[in-house]
Write a protein that binds this ligand. Structure first.
Ligand code: FAD
Ligand code: NAD
Length: 475
C-alpha cells in the first residue's frame, strides 16, 4: 500500500494549493480527484478552473469586447462595420485558457512531486493512519495517509422540479458552454452567477430575464452599491430582473422552457424562454465520502464541520474550501489550504476571515471587503463614511468608465478602515489596496497619505479615504 504524509481529496483551488504547500513543507503528498473533461480526460483545477471562475471570466471579457465594438467604440471616434460574433471561436478561446490553466497545475504537481491519484476518493478506515480508497478507471486502490485534507468543493443547487440537462435547463456548466446565443434566456437567481452569466449572454444578444426569490437585490453587498448597481443593470443595460418571484413550476417543451411563478404582488405569471439557467446557490460535495463509516461530522446542510483552523471532528483530518462554512470563493479556499498545510507542519497558519474580498465581475464591477454600512449600524459601531465617484477621475473618463464610486467606512474614534465598497471599472483590482489596509489595520488617513499614481483609477480610493475626513481634493 502506498503511504503518504498527506492525502488531499479534491484538486480545486483549495485542494491543489493545499497539496502544493504541503509538498513545499517537505511532506510526501498525494491529491485525489475525479474531475473529467467533456472529452473524458481527468483534469485538475476543480469547479474554479473547469466550469467556474476561469471560463466565466474568459467569456465575460469576450462578451464585453463584443459589446464595446458594437456600442461603445463610437464615443472614441471608432466605427466598425461588418462586426460578427464567432461564438465557436469565443468558446474555443475559453477552452484554450482552461486547458492551459489545468495543464499548468499538472505541471506544478510534477514539479513538486505530488502524486495525482485519479478517481473518487473516500475515507475507508482509520487507526493510527487513515485509509483513503481511490476508485478510478483502473479499479480501486487504497492508500495510507497520516493526514487527510478534504477539499471536495461544491456543486450547483438543484431547483426541485427542474432537472438540469445542460441543454434546455442548465447549471453553470451548461451556461458556460452554449453553442448558440439563445434568443430568450431565463435565469433563476439574481446572485453572483446569475448576474455574471446573465451579463455575458445579454451582451452577446440574448433577451435576459432574471427571476429572484428575495424581495431585495444583492443583500450581501453594501446597500448603496446594490442600489446603484440595480439602477445601472436594469435601467441602462436592460437586464430584466424581477424580485420577489416565487417559482411554482418549470415545464420543458419541445423548443424551450416555461417557468410559472408568482410575482411579488402574488399574481400568477409566466416566463417563456429558449433556455433556462438555474443559479440558486451551491451545495457541498460530501456524499460518498465515507464520512459516516469513519465518524466524520457533517452538518445539516452537508458541510464538513470544522473549527476556525479547518480541523474536522477527527484527529489529523482537515476540511477546506466550498466543502466547509464561509463564503464559497476560490481565494478563501486557497488560503485555508495554505493554513492547514502550515498547521500540519506545526506552524501557526491562519486565515483572516474579516479580510476576504468579494468581487462580482459585472460591468461595472462590484467589489468589497470588510463590513457594510448596514452591518455597522446593526452592530452599533460608530463610523465615518467617505465616498468618491469615478466620474471625477480623469483616467476613468479616459477609459469611458465614469460610473460608480468607492465608499470607505472607518471607525469613528480610531479611524481604522472597517469596510470598503467599490462599484466601477477595475474594482476587482482596486479592492486589493483595501484588503491590505484591513489586513494591516490601516486608518483611512494612512490611505489618504499614500501617493497614488496620476492619472489612475486608484486615485478614487485615496479620494474616498480623504472624504472620510471631509477633505477630498478633487470633489
Ligand atoms: P472545487 O473547485 O469545487 O473543487 C473540488 C474538487 O474536488 C473537484 O475537482 C471535484 O471533482 C473533486 N471531488 C469532489 N469529491 C471528490 C471525491 N470524493 N473524490 C475525488 N475528488 C472529488 N470564486 C471566486 O473566488 N471568484 C470567481 O470569479 C468565481 N467565479 C465562479 C463562477 C462560477 C460559474 C462558479 C460555479 C463558481 C465561481 N466561483 C468563483 C466559486 C469557486 O469556483 C469556488 O469557490 C471554488 O472552486 C471552490 O474551490 P474548492 O477547491 O473548494 O472546490
Ligand atoms: P448566490 O448565493 O450568489 O445567489 C443565488 C441567488 O438565488 C440568491 O439571490 C437567492 O436568493 C436566489 N434564489 C435561491 N433560491 C431561489 C429560487 N427558488 N428562486 C429564485 N431565486 C432563488 O449563488 P450563485 O449565483 O448560484 O453562486 C454560487 C456561489 O458561487 C456563490 O455563493 C459564490 O460564492 C460563488 N461564485 C462567486 C463568483 C465570484 O466570486 N465572482 C462568481 C460566481 C459564483
Amino acid at each position: 500500500m502506498q503511504s503518504f504524509d498527506v492525502v488531499v481529496i479534491g484538486a480545486g483551488p483549495a485542494g491543489y494549493i493545499a497539496a502544493i504547500r504541503c509538498a513545499q513543507l517537505g511532506f510526501e503528498t498525494a491529491c485525489v480527484d475525479k474531475w473529467k473533461t467533456p472529452a473524458g480526460q481527468y483534469a485538475l483545477g476543480g469547479t474554479c478552473l473547469n466550469t467556474g471562475c476561469i471560463p466565466s471570466k474568459a467569456l465575460l471579457e469576450s462578451s464585453e469586447n463584443y459589446e464595446r465594438v458594437l456600442h461603445k467604440f463610437q464615443v472614441h471616434g471608432i466605427t466598425a462595420s461588418g462586426v460578427k460574433l464567432d461564438l465557436a471561436g469565443m468558446q474555443a478561446r475559453k477552452g484554450r485558457i482552461v486547458a492551459r490553466m489545468t495543464g499548468g497545475i499538472a505541471g506544478l504537481f510534477k514539479k513538486h512531486k505530488i502524486a495525482w491519484l485519479q478517481g473518487h476518493g473516500r475515507l475507508a478506515g482509520g487507526g493510527t493512519t487513515w485509509k483513503v480508497e481511490v476508485k478510478g478507471e483502473q479499479g480501486a486502490e487504497t492508500v495510507e495517509a497520516k493526514n487527510v485534507i478534504i477539499a471536495t468543493g461544491s456543486k450547483a443547487r438543484q431547483l426541485p422540479g427542474a432537472a438540469v440537462d445542460n441543454r434546455l435547463i442548465c447549471d453553470n456548466e451548461g451556461a458556460l458552454a452554449f453553442d448558440a446565443v439563445p434568443e430568450r434566456l431565463g435565469v433563476i437567481g439574481a446572485g453572483v452567477i446569475g448576474l455574471e452569466l446573465g451579463s455575458v449572454w445579454r451582451r452577446l444578444g440574448s433577451k435576459v430575464k432574471v427571476l429572484e426569490a428575495l424581495p431585495g437585490f444583492l443583500g450581501a453587498a453594501d446597500e448603496s452599491v446594490a442600489r446603484e448597481a440595480w439602477r445601472i443593470f436594469t435601467q441602462e443595460q436592460a437586464l430584466d430582473i424581477e424580485l420577489g418571484a416565487t417559482v411554482r413550476a418549470v415545464k420543458v417543451g419541445k423548443k424551450g422552457v416555461t417557468v410559472e411563478y408568482a410575482s411579488a404582488a402574488g399574481g400568477a405569471a409566466k416566463l417563456e424562454v429558449d433556455r433556462l439557467v438555474v443559479s440558486i446557490g451551491r451545495v457541498p460535495n460530501t456524499e460518498n465520502l465515507g464520512a459516516e463509516a469513519v465518524g466524520l461530522k457533517i452538518d445539516a446542510r452537508g458541510f464538513v464541520e470544522v473549527d476556525k483552523n479547518c480541523r474536522a471532528s477527527l484527529p489529523r483530518v482537515y476540511a477546506i474550501g466550498d466543502a466547509v462554512r464561509g463564503p464559497m470563493l476560490a481565494h478563501k479556499g486557497e488560503d485555508e489550504g495554505v493554513m492547514v498545510a502550515e498547521i500540519i507542519a506545526g506552524q501557526h497558519g491562519h486565515v483572516n476571515y474579516d479580510a476576504i474580498p468579494w468581487v462580482i465581475y459585472t460591468a461595472p464591477e462590484i467589489a468589497w471587503v470588510g463590513k457594510t454600512e448596514q452591518q455597522l449600524k446593526e452592530q452599533g459601531i460608530a463610523y465615518r463614511s467617505g465616498r468618491f465617484p469615478f466620474s471625477y477621475n480623469g483616467r476613468a473618463l479616459g477609459r469611458d468608465e465614469p460610473e460608480g464610486f468607492i465608499k470607505m467606512l472607518a471607525d469613528a474614534s480610531t479611524d481604522r478602515v472597517l469596510g470598503v465598497h467599490a462599484l466601477g471599472g477595475q474594482a476587482s483590482e482596486l479592492i486589493a489596496e483595501a484588503v491590505m489596509a484591513i489586513e494591516f489595520g490601516a486608518s483611512s488617513e494612512d490611505i489618504a497619505r499614500i501617493c497614488h499614481a496620476h492619472p489612475s483609477m486608484s486615485e478614487v480610493m485615496r479620494e474616498a479615504a480623504l472624504a472620510v475626513d471631509k477633505r477630498s481634493l478633487n470633489g
